[in-house]
Design a protein around this ligand. Structure first.
Ligand SMILES: NC(=O)c1ccc[n+]([C@@H]2O[C@H](COP(=O)([O-])OP(=O)(O)OC[C@H]3O[C@@H](n4cnc5c(N)ncnc54)[C@H](O)[C@@H]3O)[C@@H](O)[C@H]2O)c1
Length: 423
């Protein structure tokens, strides 16, 4: 097999913010490392694809690289192609990669379509919005020996990886009380969010709180046992109503509590690109332990001559940890950070699965792919349906709770995990 055939072709469905800010640059870098072959991006219409193709920062970082746009860039910006992704996925060679980067409520149909067409999948978080759907995804993927990764990139932050190892070694004691927050900038309200971030679809806890819920689970292994989420509603500039703020309490199986505050309201003029962090108090024998992550101000401050910082600011806290384009030893720039590490870990896992089974006959290859996928599930670093389904249970419970003004919703495990209101 030549290099091109060994490399995985990638179809990205969705050409919005996360594709621009993380996924496309990561996939371009993997392409020049030989892991990725052809790249196709399918969006609802041509407008975001044109913006991606013309993004000067991306062009300068990845000279000579490009993608196939579906619909073509020459199509009128206002013409929508809601089902084109099906054709694009159907046209892909079997067992390549589909990256799902559409709004939360469309993850499920796109992920299932990709699996039905024998594609490995990387889905931005949250995988799906209902537990039953995760089970379906997991089952179909395992039947066909396909990898499904969920892009919970905070797991790849070095501080989280450190905390996970040391928590397991007993260095902190047992998690008992904590608080997390992630407040995205106010200007998000002016973006495409206003079209889909409505009260009936999602809320700040489901959208971003899930990162810290997943992280506390990643570090401690504790199952969330109940959730209560209260929201504050407001209007987007286009008049649609959304939950603009939320506060959640998550109760864990050992009785621990985590408070999670989220919103679309970090001041545009303030120095961070958002406000975020995690504080966990733990109990040990006759003393307590603590894990404290300031995920907003990571100690690097820039003041630019022009308004080129996040949200058009001159003075910024700059995180070198999530995603940055930096100089490297070859032409252009390379993406570094836990965002890149997370995308690379899933795509490289798919490539490894294909590499290690390429020489086997079909039934043996299928069995081996399943074995490799079970190994990734058990290692528990990359989020997969099998090792991160607590997130779907939490999301499901959260939606029940926030629409009932903060009523507690229990999460029940066992043979048939499900959620139910307390009263
Ligand atoms: N930190 C994170 O992990 C993080 C950050 C941002 C977004 N996300 C997730 O990424 C997803 C997308 O968010 P975003 O901010 O990029 O949204 P966005 O609104 O900027 O972009 C959504 C994209 O989906 C495309 N789309 C919608 N319907 C489609 C269809 N039928 N076929 C093809 N494309 C379609 C649109 O054309 C658009 O390009 C969401 O699930 C969000 O939760 C994750």
């Amino acid at each position: 097999m030549d290099k091109v055939n060994k490399a995985l072709d990638v179809v990205i469905v969705g050409g919005g913010m996360i594709t621009n800010d993380l996924i496309l640059p990561s996939v371009y870098h993997l392409q020049r490392l030989g892991v990725v072959g052809q790249i196709t991006i399918c969006a609802l219409n041509s407008a975001p694809l044109k913006a991606l193709a013309e993004n000067q920062e991306i062009r300068a970082a990845f000279p000579g690289q490009g993608f196939t746009a579906k619909p073509a860039l020459t199509e009128p910006a206002e013409r929508a192609y809601p089902d084109l992704y099906r054709e694009v996925i159907a046209a892909a060679r079997p067992r390549q990669a589909v990256i799902v980067a559409v709004p939360d409520q469309f993850h499920y149909p796109v992920v299932m379509e990709a699996l039905r067409h024998d594609q490995h999948v990387l889905c931005v978080k949250p995988l799906v919005l209902r537990y039953a759907q995760t089970v379906e995804v997991e089952k179909l993927a395992l039947e066909r020996g396909l990898f499904v990764g969920v892009e919970y990139h905070k797991r790849f932050d070095r501080r989280a990886l450190m905390a996970k190892r040391q928590y397991a070694l007993g260095h902190f004691g047992e998690f008992t009380m904590g608080e997390a927050k992630l407040i995205e900038p106010y200007y998000y309200r002016h973006s495409n969010f206003q079209n889909w971030f409505t009260c009936d679809q999602t809320d700040p806890f489901v959208y971003i709180g899930c990162h810290y819920v997943d992280l506390v689970y990643f570090i401690t292994g504790l199952n969330p046992a109940a959730v209560s989420v209260s929201g504050v509603k407001g209007h987007f500039p286009n008049g649609k109503e959304g939950y603009l703020w939320s506060n959640a309490r998550v109760r864990y199986e050992n009785g621990a509590l985590l408070s999670v505050t989220d919103g679309l309201g970090y001041p545009d003029e303030a120095a961070g690109s958002n406000d975020q962090g995690l504080l966990m108090y733990c109990e040990g024998p006759n003393r307590s332990g603590m894990i404290k992550h300031d995920d907003q101000d990571r100690g690097v401050h820039h003041c630019y001559l022009e308004n080129i910082g996040c949200g058009g600011k001159r003075f910024n806290y700059v995180s070198p940890d999530f995603y940055r384009l930096v100089a490297w030893e070859q032409p252009g720039f390379k993406p570094v950070g836990y965002g890149y590490d997370s995308v690379a870990a899933s795509i490289e896992s798919m490539a490894r699965i294909e590499r290690e089974t390429a020489a086997l006959a079909a039934p043996a290859a299928l069995e081996k792919r399943r074995e490799l996928i079970r190994g990734i599930d058990a290692t528990g670093i990359i989020a997969t349906p099998a090792n991160s389904f607590i997130n779907e249970l939490v999301v499901e419970a959260a939606r029940l709770s926030i629409t009932a003004d903060g009523e507690w919703v229990n999460i029940l495990y066992g043979a048939n995990p499900h959620v139910e209101k307390r009263n």
